[in-house]
Design a protein around this ligand. Sequence first.
Ligand code: PEP
Ligand code: MG
Length: 757
Amino acid sequence: MLGTLRKIVQEVNAAKDLKAALGIIVLRVREAMASQVCSVYLLDPESGRFVLMATEGLNKKAIGKVSMAPNEGLVGLVGTREEPLNLEHASEHPRYRYFAETGEERYASFLGAPIIHHRRVMGVLVIQQKEQRLFDEGEEAFLVTMSAQLAGVIAHAEATGSIRGLGRQGKGIQETRFIGIPGAPGAAVGTAVVVLPPADLDVVPDKSITNIPAELELFEAALEAVRADMRALSEKLATQMRKEERALFDVYLMMLDDSALGGEVSKVIRTGQWAQGALRQVVADHVGRFEMMDDAYLRERASDVKDIGRRLLGYLQQARQQTLTYPDNTILVSEELSPAMLGEVPEGKLMGMVSVLGSSNSHVAILARAMGIPTVMGAVDLPYSKVDGIELIIDGTRGEIITNPAKVLREQYLVLAEQERQLSEGLDILRELPCETTDGLRIPLWVNTGLLADVVRAQERGAEGVGLYRTEVPFMIKERFPSEKEQMAIYREQLQAFHPLPVTMRSLDIGGDKSLPYFPIKEENPFLGWRGIRVTLDHPEIFLLQTRAMLKASAGLNNLRILLPMISGTRELEEALHLIHRAWGEVRDEGTDVEMPPVGVMIEVPAAVYLTRELARQVDFISVGSNDLTQYLLAVDRNNPRVADLYDYLHPAVLEALQRVVREAHEEGKPVSICGEMAGDPGAAMLLLAMGFDSLSMNATNLPKVKWMLRQISSVTARELLAKVMVMDSPQVIRATLQLTLRNLGLDRMVNPSAAL
Ligand code: PEP
Ligand code: MG
């Protein structure tokens, strides 16, 4: 059973579009269940009806014509109840409806299973049988399993169609939204340029070409190059392999022939497909066929074909390298963006980026934030290889990509992007002005940094200090642990750049999703594992060395503050404080005269929220890491797009925790700041101001927006708003209230258009 299921899913996955996928589903499921009819009905979002989209057994002319409303027929019943339905005498059921077009009356029994993807009913999979019988439990379970597996495949195929502006029935549609993770804030509208990793055949996009002879020539050259490689390889191994064994290379050469793979690819090219796309199609076809064979030897041949495909692609990509053109409004899209890909784009042309893999802590996201390029990470549902040349909207603040935008939304985003640009241009006036409410409440805005590039942007934007310097960033871009001297130089640059303003340096915070290539941590549950202070307390040599480097770097400047991440109890804090004092003693013994810097603790674990007073008593300041605090309070992985809609720092539990931390820190007479992304959200910043935070630390991109917003309101308004939302129990209602308040104040200029939808 499992084998059959796997084979079907594999075959469906390789289908070129939704229609082909559905055709395979009905054919194979009917075969596997030895029934007379298998059909798929999909729910058309526009008409709200279940439309017959594919069938084996019913009249094919009925495809696209027969449809039923959710309150009609057995299919409608399965779809609305979201449960399978197993009937011996279908025609006796009160909901049975007869459609003459389908020739249905000859079938007595009916088994239907809903197709549901992420809570959304997509359609119904139906099996029908001539003889009157109840399908057994095994058959029912098979169909349910099948439809659960197919839901994802159908969703993917549908998404692929929709990015070309085509709905399920080939009708034009507008706007498909793909959810990812915010990588770097900001909005952009531009043209997608898909960058492929070297020689990864699976992700080659389709592309139409007009100059077919040139394309054929290109492919011929690649064939010849691989042939030459094969011959050379065979010669090279002549002394180590017997002649018969070397026959393997002859097989390869044969595969490249005109009568085999080579010829098939040329044929597809002649239909107007570029060489890489044609190669992908043909190789996928062959591989799919081989992989489905029961014979293990033949299954193995699939890997030979893949290898040949990769080699050919390598040459094609080399030949194409120079021809990748970047339009003026490039949105770089890749399965896994790398800093090198970003570097290839000519200056001034890069408007936004999308990466299918990776999180907000990937190098590229860190770089994007430093450079102020709107970026979405973890866009796992985006059929990215199909978007080349298509217009996209990137909402880096919300972590969304919109394909095929309707005119209105496109205009709104263009306005937003323009406002953001103007705001950053008009910074000169804003930079010199304090962040002060209309009734004179002053709140310093600090910046979060990692790379040196952040420093420049932060200064341009008038940051009043660094609230969080993520020291793991320079560690992440090295090949090994940086030495004390190297660290000292890096830290001094930061301290000097902001002097005399304070720079809060956080001790190394690795683990979770932040790993160092030279210090891998592999765990089942990394966010609950060896992370942050837990790692550095277990490796005092790393902690001591880093602290010594920070202290030495601050000599003569004295604007250093040290911050400890992931503290969950007083013992960890005491151990860390002990090590800091030890490092301080050592540095002074070595003759460097530095003051003991203020030390602070991050509140980002729920346990720490309840220990704020105890922790505050032992340190000089408190800083809330709302990114992790939200993740841990709500038990929602901050980097998992599947649960991204549950991750919300406006959740009442988070707001409650924040208020408590401020109150308790102040009761101990200690200042409290916040350095998670929340502080950079202009709406949320009003609440934080009202709660009494002493400073807000955010990325440089958002700083002017927050300053602009807080300078427009009075602290009284902010407090009234806070009082209002603190009695609400839903994050959605809280967000809507914030937006409405801003709108009523005429301040909704900074609100994303999509947030209002
Ligand atoms: C946080 O958790 O809010 C925080 C600022 O730290 P990081 O995002 O680096 O985990
Ligand atoms: Mg954190």
